[in-house]
Design a protein around this ligand. Sequence first.
Ligand SMILES: Nc1ncnc2c1ncn2[C@@H]1O[C@H](COP(=O)(O)OP(=O)(O)OP(=O)(O)O)[C@@H](O)[C@H]1O
Ligand SMILES: O=C(O)C[C@H](Cc1nc2cc(Cl)cc(Cl)c2[nH]1)c1ccc(Cl)cc1
Length: 324
Amino acid sequence: NDWAERGAAVHVQREADVNGNVQIKTIKKGVKDFTFGRILGEGSFSTVVAATDRQTLREYAIKILDKRHIIKEKKVKYVNIEKNTLNRLGDHPGIVRLYYTFQDERSLYFVLDLAPNGELFSVLKKLGTLNMECTQYYGAQLLDAVDYMHNHGVIHRDLKPENILLDENMRIKVTDFGTAKLLGVRNPVDGTAGDSSDDISGIPIEDERLNSFVGTAEYVSPELLTDKAAGKSSDIWAFGCILYQLLCGKPPFKASNEYQTFQKIIKLDYSFPAGFPQVARDLVSKLLATDPLKRLTIEQIKAHQFFTDMVFGPILWSRKAPRL
Ligand SMILES: Nc1ncnc2c1ncn2[C@@H]1O[C@H](COP(=O)(O)OP(=O)(O)OP(=O)(O)O)[C@@H](O)[C@H]1O
Ligand SMILES: O=C(O)C[C@H](Cc1nc2cc(Cl)cc(Cl)c2[nH]1)c1ccc(Cl)cc1
């Protein structure tokens, strides 16, 4: 039918009417439903363009991938992981939301939340460092978003300031889930793989050793370099690296090349610059623990003195961002 020709994908939207009756609306969106605007940025396999929905006039970021390029570069798996992961993480203020996907003969399209204030990385590069108040605010938002991911069986695996975007209110939107790991569940009784609706007890389905992916050198955890086992605590390690970097302007493990950086990570070779606040030293040193089991859990991080005045939960996402 014409939907397929128009490259429209059918999306089902449930809406309760005044009497609480759920109306099932089918929404089909395609390229023709949007007016494309300025290019927001380019990835290795993608172009992200600002676009306006012609019916609702809502603005989005549409990530466009060239099919031939995706196939040639063998990235089909990553694209489908990104789609499935974003669909699982559909409802958190700190995570880029995926509204629609569709394709036409040449391209694939992800219709995403627009984050008009770019990457936290660019802000940090411009300011050099963030003060404690800003680091606590952005650290708490990132922690809340990671907590939600982990509770939904998703390990990001490539957390870094470049993947933390800023929305119109200067609040964060975590992005880039193409290299995430989706935890399924192995049925505790007969060891078969359950589907994702089961309780996500964090037993990864695929064999760990098959994992070739490691994140960005400066944020990779030691266990990923030694025995390929990426767990939720790998995201906690990256969180520790990001907190350190927000406060002093550079990541804890950085060398002139990737190999040297990996050496530093494995040897836990890092130090705090003079003036690095003591309470932050204490927290970071309990996140950058070589043994993943020794790293603080998210609950322990929230209870740490570094976040002593922070109120976590929904209110965190209506609070005004501190002036950078
Ligand atoms: N939702 C968004 N809103 C605004 N800008 C975005 C959004 N998503 C991505 N961008 C910007 O577009 C650029 C490309 O992003 P994209 O995720 O496609 O590639 P990437 O992950 O940055 O690059 P690579 O694929 O090489 O890792 C980035 O600079 C990013 O800052
Ligand atoms: O799950 C779906 O909705 C259907 C497809 C799946 C899919 N079809 C593809 C075709 C090509 Cl050529 C490449 C990839 Cl990665 C492809 N992935 C799809 C369409 C659009 C997007 Cl953004 C992702 C996946």
